[in-house]
Design a protein around this ligand. Structure first.
Ligand SMILES: C[S@@+](CC[C@H](N)C(=O)[O-])C[C@H]1O[C@@H](n2cnc3c(N)ncnc32)[C@H](O)[C@@H]1O
Length: 344
């Protein structure tokens, strides 16, 4: 979803001078921004991004020394200026690794931590720190930075109902962006529907993103319907999200024809419904109702888990939709696909 981050950044940075690099060092899921905004302004923008989980201020790329990469790291950190370390009272180092290395993340953290203690005289505290230095090992490069986010930006809401299978808010934002929701007209609001709403992540994100959206949700599980309502109420969005108990296989019976501008959803992942569920049938019925309730030109954005071949087959049986784009994304070690379809 790096392109979604890029789109959001371009909107937020408007007239500033900047360059955006997707996947620096081939790192999936990372976007690098080079810009000359004052740090306070940049912080304000970066820490309110909806498309990102974490924000790191880049400090340096350090080539790994061979054959002793950890010794090389120790020497490099002895000379490296990290401004935040001057003001830090307690810090920690975290390391993520990608590629083949003879050392583990813990070894890198230990060596880097000791080198920074030596350099700045600041104490390490793994729990109660005010500065987090990232020393990531990416193939043959050390990527050094200071993490600005303490908790993930994804945790932007206080949920009162949160079952086990929920979508991450940042991904919900990405799906909504891919839906390219139109502006409302003088007479009709823009309507977005999530017919497998679960706890309502997509609806909550949509309602907080744009105050001019009409957000409709449904789930066949009454607990999910109540839970979504409770979440909407707790977040002050009760009047903006309209949820009902309904089966996504009968959409045309639940909503008027051509009444929805975009349908954004993530059907069951295929784990909880059990082996007996006929996904081809579920997807066929869902899609046939979806094309009825969608306005011509409206988008259908669906995050599909394990059964994407069945979804793909069902899509190809329906003449009224064009496939705009299919992408596989990574969410915590799981690789679902995002289908972006358009009602003809
Ligand atoms: C993957 S979860 C959705 C999670 C949701 N995006 C969230 O963040 O909480 C799928 C949801 O689909 C619902 N569901 C399963 N089959 C359904 C059907 N035929 N019609 C409507 N909802 C259904 C389940 O009850 C579950 O809440």
């Amino acid at each position: 979803m790096e392109d979604i981050v890029e789109r959001e950044l371009r909107e937020r940075l408007a007239a500033s001078d900047y360059e955006i690099e997707l996947r620096p060092l081939d790192l999936g899921g990372q976007v690098m921004l080079h810009c000359d905004l004052p740090e306070a302004d940049l912080r304000e923008i970066a820490l309110s991004l909806r498309s990102c989980f974490h924000v790191i201020r880049h400090v340096a790329f350090l080539p790994m020394a061979e054959p002793e990469p950890l010794e090389g790291l120790e020497a490099d950190l002895a000379d490296l200026e990290i401004v935040e370390m001057r003001a830090a009272s307690r810090f920690r180092v975290t390391t993520q690794r990608s590629g083949e290395h003879e050392f583990g993340s813990m070894d890198a953290q230990r060596i880097a931590g000791a080198a920074l203690v030596e350099h700045y005289g600041t104490a390490v505290d793994l729990e109660d720190f005010d500065t987090e230095v990232r020393v990531d090992a990416i193939d043959d490069t050390w990527l050094v930075g200071v993490q600005w986010t303490r908790t993930s930006l994804d945790r932007r809401y206080s949920w009162v109902y949160r079952p086990r299978v929920t979508l991450r808010t940042t991904i919900a934002y990405g799906l909504l962006r891919l839906a390219e929701l139109p502006a409302p007209t003088d007479t009709t609001p823009t309507t977005v529907l999530d017919p497998f709403c679960g706890s309502g992540t997509i609806l909550v994100e949509a309602a907080s993103l744009r105050s001019d959206l009409r957000c409709l949700g449904a789930d066949r599980d009454p607990e999910a319907v109540e839970g979504t309502r409770a979440n909407a109420t707790a977040l002050g969005l009760a009047g903006r999200i309209d949820v009902r108990e309904a089966d996504a296989r009968d959409l045309a019976e639940s909503y008027p024809a051509a009444s929805v501008d975009a349908l954004v959803t993530n059907p069951p992942y295929g784990i909880r419904l059990g082996r007996r569920t006929n996904y081809t049938d579920l997807y066929r019925k869902f899609l046939s109702g979806a094309v009825t309730v969608l306005r011509p030109g409206g988008r259908l954005v669906v995050l599909v888990g394990k059964r994407r071949a069945a979804f793909n087959r069902a899509v190809r049986e329906i003449d009224e939709v064009d496939i705009i784009n299919v992408r596989v994304i990574e969410i915590g070690g799981v690789y679902p696909a995002v289908f972006v379809l358009k009602r003809a």
